[in-house]
Design a protein around this ligand. Structure first.
Ligand SMILES: CCCCCCCCCCCCCC(=O)SCCNC(=O)CCNC(=O)[C@H](O)C(C)(C)COP(=O)(O)OP(=O)(O)OC[C@H]1O[C@@H](n2cnc3c(N)ncnc32)[C@H](O)[C@@H]1OP(=O)(O)O
Length: 465
């Protein structure tokens, strides 16, 4: 999840120092067979997770052959109705995301304390509008926007949230699940074991709504990922990213060459592409649902949810949070493809020239061109279509607000988990960080495929990598 920097710059002056050369060699060694080692790294043993070992999650090496909830669902009447005990001097609050002032408080907490790269240079800067979009899908539960305030000053110092989702794992549908996100503890309160308390409290509040399974992602490994995902950044404004120290200047290249390499045309070439409108919701929902059937783990969407996630309250898609485009067959009026991307800037610290980078993140997409059989020609057609769609997304994002990079996140995990022929681990070695997906309280004897890079693999053409 972190806005990690791309592969380290060889050197800001383009000179290869001994240290940077060593680093380069290390990275080259790592690049071979990419990622597999990274993903298998488990930082500590299960027993050393003081909190997580007490939770109903699978151990790293669980060989359990029964698939399904680890704990049978408990009677709601057994769930405590009072919040957990909070540390002295602090108190629980439920935040009202519709209230400007409270929304700004969440925004400020996250802007100053949320996910950042290891050198604290880049930090996610979710806008207040984005937070409303992310926290208020259809059926959202106000009680799941959980905060902690300092009693004396009222300052918001921690946050955790959940939203309702429906998830399918292979053939089994979990109609009542939650997705936990935006866990954040103020920097000054770190390492005080507040996180387990926040997690237990949001869990209690989910239980009270008769929800016993949750899905969530983390940049660190906690027991036990059901899948991992890696980011792929596609630079757009390469020069700015280079100036900030985010993007490297590859050996043997020049600034001019890199700028040209990442340049984009002004106009899209894909015929019949237009903004998504409210009238498309039904068709887009149907296309997405069929597209996601190919995945072992997928979120299920109602029409209302599609409307929320892809239009964000607009009758015609227009940002400023999410942009969605459809391809409509002019004769049949059938939507054959769609893609969406959202805006998520990061703040930059310690740079004299820049204090922000803007970024577009790939969100959901689907196409009728997905392979119906395992033939090479079907696969090729699919890859070709994905490239066309992504090239269009890049151009449109660039035209709207000139983001500095376009990020294929595939958070929506969901699309990260494929089965079938197209899930081979990619050899794309662009900077990415592992992104671990978890399903709490659920056994995965046969874990869904270690993901993904499926898409980025297909998109090498678009990315000119
Ligand atoms: C049925 C319904 C169930 C609902 C609940 C489902 C589960 C939801 C799970 C949450 C999904 C969140 C999804 C997102 O939002 S992922 C985004 C997480 N947020 C950030 O990275 C923002 C910046 N960082 C911070 O604010 C803090 O460093 C955080 C809050 C992350 C940790 O603060 P701090 O560094 O001060 O730690 P502590 O002393 O309080 O606590 C230490 C314990 O916390 C465990 N830890 C640390 N980081 C994470 C993490 N990202 N997921 C799960 N566990 C984590 C850690 O292993 C240790 O436990 P153990 O190793 O001893 O066992």
């Amino acid at each position: 999840m972190a806005p990690e920097k791309q592969e380290k710059t060889v050197s800001s002056t383009n000179k290869l120092t001994a240290a940077s050369f060593r680093e380069l060699l290390e990275r080259l060694a790592l690049a071979d067979g990419a990622g597999e080692e990274e993903e298998s790294v488990i930082p500590k043993k299960f027993e050393e997770y003081k909190f997580w070992k007490t939770q109903p999650v699978p151990k790293f090496d669980d060989e359990n052959d029964v698939e399904g909830p680890i704990d049978p669902n408990t009677n709601i009447s057994a769930v405590p109705t009072e919040p957990l005990r909070m540390l002295k001097d602090f108190e629980w609050v439920t935040l009202d995301v519709c209230d400007e002032k409270q929304l700004t408080e969440i925004y400020s907490l996250l802007t100053e304390n949320y996910v950042e790269d290891s050198s604290s240079m880049l930090r996610f800067d979710y806008s207040a509008k984005f937070l409303q979009w992310a926290l208020m899908p259809p059926g959202y539960v106000k009680d799941w926007h959980v905060g902690v305030r300092v009693k004396s000053s009222g300052k918001l110092v921690a946050f955790i949230s959940a939203i309702p989702v429906q998830v399918r794992v292979r053939d089994r549908v979990f109609e009542r699940c939650s997705e936990v996100n935006f866990l954040c503890v103020h920097k000054k309160l770190r390492s005080k074991r507040l996180t387990p308390v926040l997690i237990k409290e949001v869990t209690r509040r989910c239980h009270l709504k008769n929800i016993w399974q949750a899905i969530y992602t983390a940049g660190i490994v906690v027991p036990s990922p059901i899948s991992t995902c890696r980011y792929l950044h596609r630079s757009i404004n390469w020069k700015k990213l280079y100036d900030i120290g985010f993007s490297p200047l590859p050996l043997g290249s020049s600034e001019e060459r890199e700028i040209e390499r990442f340049g984009l045309p002004k106009k899209t070439e894909l015929p019949n592409l237009r903004r998504m409108e409210a009238k498309d919701v039904e068709q887009v929902c149907d296309l997405l649902t069929r597209f996601l059937e190919r995945y072992e783990l997928a979120q299920l969407f109602t029409h209302k949810e599609v409307e929320h996630w892809l239009l964000c309250g607009n009758p015609v898609s227009k940002g400023p949070v999410i942009w969605t485009y459809v391809v409509e067959d002019p004769e049949t009026k059938k939507i054959t493809d769609f893609f969406s991307f959202y805006s998520l800037p990061s703040s930059v610290s310690g740079n004299p020239k820049y204090n922000h980078i803007s970024a577009a993140y790939l969100f959901y997409y689907a196409t009728e061109s997905y392979p119906r059989d395992g033939s090479d020609s079907a696969q090729e057609k699919y890859i070709h279509r994905l490239k066309e769609l992504l090239q269009s997304a890049l151009i449109l994002a660039n035209n709207f607000w000139n983001p500095n990079f376009f990020l294929l996140e595939q958070k929506h995990l969901i699309s990260a988990i494929h089965y079938g022929k197209d899930v081979r681990h990619s050899t794309v070695t662009n900077h990415t960080i592992p992104h671990h997906f978890h399903f709490l309280y659920f056994n995965h004897p046969r874990r869904p495929q270690q993901t993904n890079q499926n898409l980025s693999n297909h998109l090498r053409g678009v990315f000119t990598v």
